[in-house]
Ligand binder design. Structure first.
Ligand code: ADP
Ligand code: MG
Length: 697
């Protein structure tokens, strides 16, 4: 293959030094083509610019040395310490190496291996015997590999793939790869002082020095965020500007009547949000709006008004909830408020669709406009559901649905319906840009009046009995309580850990502390019908104590529940704990959230303590992001976008904002059209079918 024939989509197995066997191992870490390998970025770097000959070593110096290893020996000291001992010889001299308590090295280190070792040296005695007992890191060189001077990349790896393999393979790739064409316009590069793509793509692997490494990282992080921003904006543009939406222009009496019928007055934020939604709905451009608001801030009330507005204009509305329980709950509430005004509410859930007759019945009603507002779960986006006249789609807790599911709903109708997305996950502002770059955002910060803050405590496992006797007292007072556990059952790998799964806790309670009250177990492996039944009983007050997994996390409303206990609380994210806490404090009584944890790690304590003093979900999310990083905060499954390979939305806030600004300008600038083909190609390379709609358009 000549250089000009190089394609990023070529299989890695054709690369010199890779071959079919190594390619198979690479596929296990999602590297299948040249692009994947090029963007397999180092996880760290070691500075090998100054290799010191062993004969020149001085006492107390931190150095990099390269040499051949002698046979390693394992020694056990009288105090039970194990030491792996070996010497390293570089031809100028020898040094003894000591590794403490790292038995596994016996299987890794072998006589004759060549090693690059970084650490601090001791030189003692008459003959200047050198030893290194503080070994910071070491790399095994592949046979025949010559250590390069300079900043060396350390790659994320698995099993049999060595660092030497990655270095060689990527070096071969860089040699074979033609000079990369610039994908960003020169004026943008100048403005943001970004280095060229070609330089960055090479320097991220083998930088000349730290400065060039920083420049490369900055350029590639910008590209990554810019690409996602452009992709999301293109989706939005396709969905809005290029197609006609529904103009819900009429302002009749129905919304007014519903407002008057509400048992409360809207808060200022609710009013502001509904005004923004109404304005979007009245316009012919399809609405794409996200309502972000803490649990219980009254998002559903705003959604209901929007749906009524659609009905008032002669359209149908759809409301998609993440669980059956929630769909049923919304159905009940909506029916109570709206049926009296002649609005027909329908429920489509797996319970309904399980019966062929009922399913056909409701499908027919939807198709013939005998249902005005349809409430349901994923079932709403299934094949076969056809609306007569869909004007608005509301998605509740949307972070559980990906971008692709959002768009499959849009395809349900010939004209594009307005789309409103609600989330109670307090997504930090910087994340909103990456995850929801295609949506306008409204924020409901203020809670309805009269809410009592939930008192939060953090307790060690030792205090458990006290905690549960407190819970028992609350139940005797007529309240209900939740106990949430991180797991359903104990898996093989958790056999010895100190985690307490829901099933075991439930058995313990039922036979112990809570034998005189009604306990129930609820978890994700149960059948939807069983789950519904239990949740229904809990709502009706027939169950006092509900032991569950995080299935209760979203939106369930039981005002009489006043205690939320979370076991192994260190295993949950703060945003998630905040959601769980939001399950209580919904009624008139004082409520409590008790986090039980023996998490010893310093930052896990710090995290949990933040829950005691902070009740603002956004602040908690920021802390979580800072302490745990974005990967933990949002798994791929949740936001529907792959994890970022190089950018870090927390550290790179400035780059993110710059990328967002640049993308906005870029998308609107006709003169930039020539760059679009390259952009789409890169989106396809980087994200595959995640952006399929635009890359195939
Ligand atoms: P969210 O969907 O944001 O979790 P909901 O809309 O379900 O919140 O509201 C939570 C509770 O607060 C409901 O019981 C609702 O009736 C009530 N509520 C909503 N808005 C107000 C308000 N402005 N004043 C008083 N109570 C309200
Ligand atoms: Mg809700």
């Amino acid at each position: 293959m000549s250089k000009t024939e190089f394609e990023f989509t070529d299989d890695v197995k054709y690369l010199k030094g890779v071959g079919p066997t190594k390619a198979k191992s690479l596929s296990k870490i999602n590297i299948s083509n040249m692009y994947d390998l090029l963007t397999h970025y180092p996880r760290a770097y070691e500075d090998w610019s100054n290799i010191t000959p062993i004969i020149n070593l001085l006492d107390n110096e931190s150095v990099v040395i390269v040499g051949t290893l002698s046979r390693p020996e394992k020694i056990i000291t009288r105090t039970g310490l194990t030491i792996i001992k070996a010497t390293l010889d570089d031809g100028t001299g020898k040094i003894s190496l000591n590794w403490f308590n790292q038995d596994y090295l016996m299987t890794k280190l072998r006589e004759g291996m060549r090693l690059v070792v970084i650490g601090k040296v001791k030189v003692e005695g008459l003959f200047g015997n050198a030893t290194m007992s503080q070994i910071k890191s070491f790399s095994i060189l592949d046979e025949g590999e010559v250590p390069q001077l300079g900043v060396m990349p350390i790659y994320p790896s698995t099993g049999t793939l060595t660092q030497g393999f990655f270095r060689t393979a990527i070096k071969n790739l860089l040699n074979k790869m033609p000079t990369l064409k610039e994908i960003l316009p020169q004026d943008l590069l100048d403005e943001l002082q970004l280095i060229s793509l070609d330089t960055a793509a090479r320097a991220i692997h083998f930088p000349a020095d730290r400065i060039q490494l920083d420049e490369a990282r900055r350029r590639l992080a910008f590209d990554e965020l810019f690409l996602i921003q452009c992709g999301l904006m293109m989706i939005k543009r396709q969905a809005t500007e290029e197609s006609l939406g529904v103009a819900h222009k009429k302002n009749g009496n129905l919304v007014k009547q519903v407002l008057e019928g509400l048992p409360f007055k809207l808060t200022k934020d609710q009013k502001k949000t509904f005004a923004a939604v109404a304005k979007d709905m009245e316009s012919e451009t399809p609405m794409r709006r996200l309502i972000q608001g803490d649990v219980g801030s009254g998002k559903t009330a705003v959604a209901m008004l929007a749906l009524v507005k659609a009905v008032e204009n002669g359209y149908q509305g759809a409301f998609m909830a993440p669980t059956e329980i929630l769909a049923a709950q919304h159905y009940e509430k909506f029916s109570k408020q709206l049926t009296g005004l002649g609005i027909r509410i329908g429920l489509l859930s797996s319970k309904v669709t399980a019966s062929k007759k009922k399913k056909e019945e409701i499908y027919k009603k939807i198709a013939e406009h005998e249902v005005d507002i349809l409430i349901g779960t994923h079932a709403i986006i299934q094949e076969g559901v056809t609306f007569a006249n869909l004007g608005l789609v509301v998605t509740d807790e949307q972070h559980r649905f990906g971008v692709s599911q959002r768009s499959s709903l849009e395809k349900k109708s010939a004209i594009l319906p307005d789309m409103l997305v609600m989330t109670a996950t307090p997504i930090p502002r910087t994340m909103v840009l990456t995850v929801y770059g295609d949506l306008d955002v409204s924020l409901i910060k203020e809670l309805p009046p009269g809410r009592k803050p939930v008192q939060t405590f953090v307790r060690g496992v030792k205090s458990r009995e006290k905690v549960y006797s407190f819970v028992h007292d609350e139940i005797l007072k007529g309240r209900q309580a939740y106990v949430v556990c991180p797991l359903i059952e104990r898996s093989e790998s958790e056999k010895l850990s100190n985690v307490d799964p829901a099933t075991e806790m439930y058995e313990m309670f039922r036979l112990g502390t809570f034998r005189d009250v009604n306990c129930a177990l609820l978890h994700g492996k149960m059948k939807p019908r069983e789950k519904d039944e239990i949740m229904e009983k809990f709502r009706a007050g027939e169950i006092d104590l509900l032991v569950s997994t995080t299935v209760v996390e979203v939106g369930v409303d039981v005002p009489n529940a006043t205690v939320m206990v979370v076991e192994n609380a260190e295993r949950f994210g703060l945003a998630q704990l905040h959601q769980l806490r939001g399950r209580v404090g919904r009624g008139a009584e004082s409520s409590y959230c008790i986090l039980i944890s023996d998490g010893k790690a310093e930052h896990s304590k710090e995290r949990l303590n933040a829950m005691k003093t902070i009740s603002d979900g956004f602040k908690l999310a920021d802390i979580d992001l800072k302490l745990r990083g974005p990967g933990q905060f949002f798994g791929e499954a949740q936001h529907g976008l792959p994890d970022l390979k190089i950018a870090d939305v927390f550290r790179d806030v400035e780059i993110l904002v710059a990328a967002n600004d640049a993308a906005k300008k870029f998308i609107d600038d006709e003169k930039k059209l020539e760059y679009f083909a390259a952009l789409k190609k890169n989106l396809a390379l980087a994200y595959g079918d995640k952006f399929q709609q635009i890359t195939e358009a």
